[in-house]
Design a protein around this ligand. Structure first.
Ligand SMILES: CSCCC(=O)/C(O)=C/O
Ligand SMILES: [Fe+2]
Ligand code: NI
Length: 269
């Protein structure tokens, strides 16, 4: 076959592409199609140019590949953690309070605010090696459980009210939802509320000094593992407590940091 001469860079000689073959990429033609798809879809580089000439088909292939890979390519946290900007309505705090249109928030954006998260195996938390490693790496020596429902939580009504007062702590707030669900609301850099919905299997860390609050959702139940470095201190400092060193450190490290990316994850559905 005659190769068309293509020169895109002046330092290249003619007819450099001496090799040519064809690749028909669809399930019936390719052995181990799914495995190959996975390899192509995994971010990578080559030591040489990648030159492809599409004779048939289109970039619909890329969409089909992504659909076929399904949840494999998705961040596993998406199943148990979702975050979005809240509306300004005074309606029941246990409602989702989405904006119209909805504005989802990415894990990267949460990360920029110092909010960390994992998806863990909540059915096996006693033996889960991933949880063990996080606890070792981050020094979470203390652990107990907080079950939020009238039967299990003493002074339920008062606690529910206090959890929803905007406050900060001088240490991280580490919660691992092992059953039920709930909303942790955190302030972004511009003081807007981001609602972080945690469901069974979601573990989140709110950094020391971030203004936040907690509420049950309309299912009215959560069982959360609480972790802490050393002897626990649960004291909430209701807003304003801007003079606390923990707040000042948070502002220095996360609010006044340069190079903030866009707030909204346009790809989330
Ligand atoms: C789901 S744990 C109860 C909420 C809590 O402990 C807290 O500190 C909220 O800010
Ligand atoms: Fe708190
Ligand atoms: Ni004070």
């Amino acid at each position: 076959m005659r190769m068309t001469q293509i020169r895109t860079r002046s330092d290249k000689t003619e007819d450099i592409y001496s090799y040519m073959d064809m690749l028909d990429l669809f399930p019936e033609k390719v052995e181990n199609y799914d495995e190959k798809l996975k390899r192509f879809y995994t971010e990578h580089i080559h030591g040489d140019e990648e030159i492809r000439y599409c004779l048939k088909g289109s970039d619909r292939w890329f969409e089909q590949a992504r659909d076929r890979m399904g949840s494999e390519s998705k961040d596993p946290r998406e199943e148990v953690i979702q975050a979005w900007y809240m509306d300004d309505s005074d309606a029941d705090q246990r409602l989702p309070h989405h904006r119209d249109p909805q504005e989802f928030v990415s894990f990267e954006k949460l990360d920029e605010l110092g909010v960390l998260s994992w998806r863990l195996d909540a059915d096996n938390y006693e033996t889960d090696p991933e949880l063990k490693k996080i606890r070792e790496d981050r020094g979470y020596s203390y652990m107990d459980f907080c079950e939020v429902c009238p039967e299990k939580l003493p002074n339920y009504e008062e606690k529910i009210k206090n959890f929803y007062e905007e406050h900060l702590h001088t240490d991280e707030e580490i919660r691992y939802c092992v059953a039920g669900s709930g909303y942790f609301d955190v302030r972004d850099r511009d003081e807007a509320w981001i609602r972080v919905w945690v469901k069974k299997g979601a573990m989140i860390v709110l950094p020391a000094g971030i203004y936040h609050r907690f509420t049950l959702d309309s299912d009215n139940y959560i069982k959360a593992m609480r972790l802490f470095v050393g002897d626990p201190v649960w004291t909430p400092f209701n807003r304003p407590h801007d003079h606390l060193p923990a707040r000042q450190e948070y502002v220095d490290n996360f609010v006044n940091k340069a190079g903030c990316g866009p707030a909204v994850d346009a790809t989330a559905a």
